[in-house]
Ligand binder design. Structure first.
Ligand code: PFF
Length: 436
């Protein structure tokens, strides 16, 4: 595809919905509530908020700038800017591969639960929810649903950037917001819901500034904002030249924060109302929530609606890392988009099968998750910040943030300052502490 024929997303709103679609996913709806639950609720939320602004937004902007300037896939983009830094693009591609090895499987769980809610099977079984979850995990169904999820993603991505990714996000994101709001309102009528709000909004400062809390919050910010894996580089390569990158990154981040908090507003009041524990671990969504729905009138319906929400959120994220790989294969190996999408899909199925097989008794889900969230994403983001400030021409960031002077922005110098002195150092500090 020639440079000027390259696909691009439509207007401002499309760009925000597509990028927010990538950001808002299992991270906001599944990972955030249980991590917040385990790390002091509101205290965690505060640190998370700070992490988004101090670390997430500057890093996202660095990626936007690299992608939009070069209009290339993650590897092509870094390679064009500096041959010696092309490994940063490969680290993104590697990250996208690793995340493909487990994210689809978890997303697939929501399909199983959606089907079982709709048919009523989930609520008519004699087994407890935790027994149902365990027997589901021991069966072949997680792999089958994971593969179905990969194929759904494939259908969207292979339709192209505009007709596939953009169109799907424009339909699915508003649905997602609507469902979340309806659920939050419904939950607020449950007895004792107030306990959940108290938990979510009460402050425990001693909890908030513990190094572990900060580390978890920064990791969550990377994961949730899809930063540090070439994803925002790839998406920004489809942005128009006049896009206001700062405004886009703020909008995307605020939407992500909002959805994370709304997910908390659905889950915690419900958990407390049912007299259950908030720190239910990863099974919070698949064991604790069904328990709660069961006590409600129209249990199957609410449960199905909730799992549609999880499915929509996941799907707009899986298309984004599928696209990182599809764009990479298409542009770097000169494949047609179809062939590149098929390659990505085949690779995703192979990696998911590996994770599912637990070959050699290894927990690949945990390994892939730890390597991406704790190593590749922080390092990728840190070096991208260093790269845009210290390696590229002096005004690279300033030019990209202000569209070469056509936008007046008082925030641009602040972002440049943070990218220079604060964001990478903070990531480095947290990363080394984490390793030690
Ligand atoms: N941000 C997504 C979520 O929170 O579920 C996950 C993700 C998508 C991470 C794309 C990285 C990425 F490149």
């Amino acid at each position: 595809m020639s440079e000027n024929k390259r696909a691009s997303f439509g207007g401002k709103l499309s760009v925000i919905l597509v990028a927010a679609g990538s950001a808002i996913g299992l991270g906001a709806i599944w990972r955030f509530p249980y991590i917040a639950g385990e790390n002091g609720g509101a205290a965690f939320m505060l640190v998370f908020l700070l992490s988004v602004f101090i670390v997430g937004i500057p890093a996202m902007l660095a990626e936007f700038a690299v992608g939009r300037r070069t209009r290339k896939n993650a590897v092509g983009a870094f390679k064009e800017l500096s041959k010696r830094w092309n490994w940063l693009g490969y680290s993104g591609v590697l990250g996208a591969m690793l995340i493909s090895g487990y994210y689809y499987l978890i997303a697939g769980w929501s399909l199983e639960y959606l089907v079982n809610s709709a048919t009523g099977a989930l609520y008519s079984s004699a087994d407890t929810f935790s027994e149902q979850f365990d027997s589901f995990q021991r069966s072949w169904r997680p792999l089958i649903y994971g593969i179905i999820f990969i194929l759904m993603t494939h259908v969207i991505v292979s339709r192209g950037v505009e007709k596939g990714i953009e169109k799907a996000s424009k339909i699915m994101m508003p649905m997602l917001f609507l469902i979340l709001i309806v659920m939050a309102v419904r939950v607020s009528f449950m007895p004792n819901a107030i306990e959940g709000y108290r938990f979510l909004f009460s402050f425990d400062f001693s909890e908030a500034f513990k190094p572990e809390t900060i580390m978890m919050a920064i990791g969550q910010a990377f994961f949730s904002l899809s930063v540090g894996m070439g994803c925002m580089v790839t998406y920004a390569s489809y942005f128009k030249k006049d896009n206001n990158l700062i405004a886009t990154s703020f909008n995307v981040s605020i939407l992500t924060l909002l959805v994370s908090v709304l997910a908390g507003l659905v889950i915690f009041p419900a958990v407390f109302s049912a007299g259950l524990e908030p720190s239910g671990g990863p099974s919070l969504v698949f064991v604790t929530l069904p328990e709660i729905f069961k006590g409600m009138p129209l249990a199957s319906m609410w449960s199905a609606i909730f799992f549609v929400l999880v499915m929509l959120a996941s799907l707009t994220s899986t298309i984004s890392f599928h696209e990182v790989l599809t764009a990479y294969f298409a542009e770097e190996f000169k494949l047609s988009r179809q062939a590149a999408a098929i390659t990505t899909t085949a690779l995703s199925i192979a990696l998911s099968s590996l994770t599912f097989s637990k070959l050699f008794g290894l927990d690949y889900l945990d390994i892939f998750d730890k390597v991406t969230a704790n190593v590749l994403m922080p390092l990728g983001a840190m070096f991208t910040c260093v790269f845009v400030i210290w390696v590229l021409e002096r005004d690279f960031m300033k030019n990209e943030l202000t569209n070469y002077g056509s936008l007046k922005s008082r925030i641009a110098p602040v972002i440049v300052f943070m990218l220079k002195y604060i964001t990478p150092l903070l990531i480095f500090y947290i990363f080394t502490r984490n390793i030690i």
